[in-house]
Design a protein around this ligand. Structure first.
Ligand code: PEP
Ligand code: MG
Length: 326
């Protein structure tokens, strides 16, 4: 079976009825190794910068970051790399930055920390912008956005970083990368009319979005069975996001684990997602499946799934669909 999937590398990621679906890589966790896989994907849809910070004994300097980001951008060039700004807090801790909270997933995490420590955020943004000089394949993504103030403040700090760099290096041509936000807090889904005017793209973090929609800790084994992105309530929200983004012409993608699940990928494609970012091990599997199905068939399945009232029923339908279509 593995060999069969491996051969997928040779093929374009196109459904039976000719729809192209960009398959992107979730990278960063494995540091060096995933940079050898640039040729199997259409770029990086989520580069988790915090993984590298977690391996360090202290905050890396701006220059160290710049060198690291340049290496990453170069590995995937000319394909785009969506670099997420530091997303610590919750389950991701740095040995050298103490966060002790009773409720870490509802606490100080993601963009909240960056905005409370503008010196760290500015350093990271400047390092990314400098690393991108002469390349131009960088996109920047902001994690855990829950309110308009955060969008505005983060964009304001980006402007500051850009301005200061231009002042320091007037002879350099510094690109303005696209800036996007992650949709992982339920409130963000309802703010797209406003936020689509402020940012260049968005990407659904279905892991956190599921956690917050269902009020189920994604890391707690005791309630793991309740953590289910196939819950019709979650699927309906994912579908709403796709139609809102289409409506407001905001480019959108998904980078949570759901996109790397063949059943999940099919439902997402039916909803209108054309950019899915996933772990390396899922890429060829998802491609194998989507090349053998038409969007029309996937849409038929989706409409049935959206009408179900439990995740169990949804999964039964998707599994039967897979069997029927080989
Ligand atoms: C997510 O929440 O779905 C996501 C992609 O981010 P992370 O898993 O790194 O929190
Ligand atoms: Mg997340």
């Amino acid at each position: 079976l593995n060999n069969r999937f491996l051969a997928e590398q040779e093929y374009e990621s196109i459904t039976l009825d000719g729809e192209h679906v960009s398959l992107l890589l979730n990278a960063g966790l494995e540091l060096k190794t995933d940079q050898n896989n640039a040729h199997v994907c259409d770029g990086v849809g989520l580069y988790r910068t915090e993984a590298w910070f977690m391996q360090k004994g202290q905050f890396p300097s701006q220059l160290e970051q710049e060198n690291w980001y340049r290496e990453v951008l170069t590995s995937y060039y000319p394909n785009p790399v969506v670099m997420r700004t530091l997303d610590i807090g919750g389950d991701k801790v740095l040995d050298y930055f103490n966060i002790t909270e009773e409720n870490p997933f509802l606490g100080w995490r993601g963009i909240r920390i960056s905005l409370d420590h503008p010196e760290l955020f500015l350093d990271q943004l400047k390092a990314m912008l400098k690393a991108n000089i002469g390349l131009g394949n960088l996109k920047i993504m902001l994690p855990m956005i829950s309110g308009t103030e955060e969008v505005d403040e983060a964009l304001g700090l980006f402007e500051q970083a850009y301005f200061e760099l231009n002042e320091h290096f007037p002879e350099q041509q510094i690109d303005r990368p696209d800036i996007g936000i992650m949709l992982e807090v339920p409130s963000s889904v309802f703010m797209l009319p406003e936020w689509s005017k402020k940012v260049d793209f968005c990407s659904v973090g279905s892991n956190d979005l599921t956690q917050y929609l269902l009020a189920v800790d994604r890391a707690n084994a005791r309630v793991a069975e309740l953590f289910n992105p196939y819950h019709p309530g979650v699927l309906r929200v994912l579908s709403k996001i796709a139609s809102e983004c289409e409506n407001y012409e905001l480019p959108f993608s998904l980078c949570g684990e759901l996109g790397g699940d063949p059943e999940g990928a099919i439902l997402l494609i039916a909803m209108g997602y054309r950019r899915l970012s996933m772990n390396l091990s899922s890429l060829n599997k998802v491609k194998w499946v989507l090349r053998r199905l038409s969007v029309a068939d996937m849409e038929q399945l989706l409409s049935e799934c959206l009408a179900q009232s439990t995740a169990k029923q949804v999964l039964r339908l998707t599994r039967n669909f897979m069997l029927e279509h080989n």
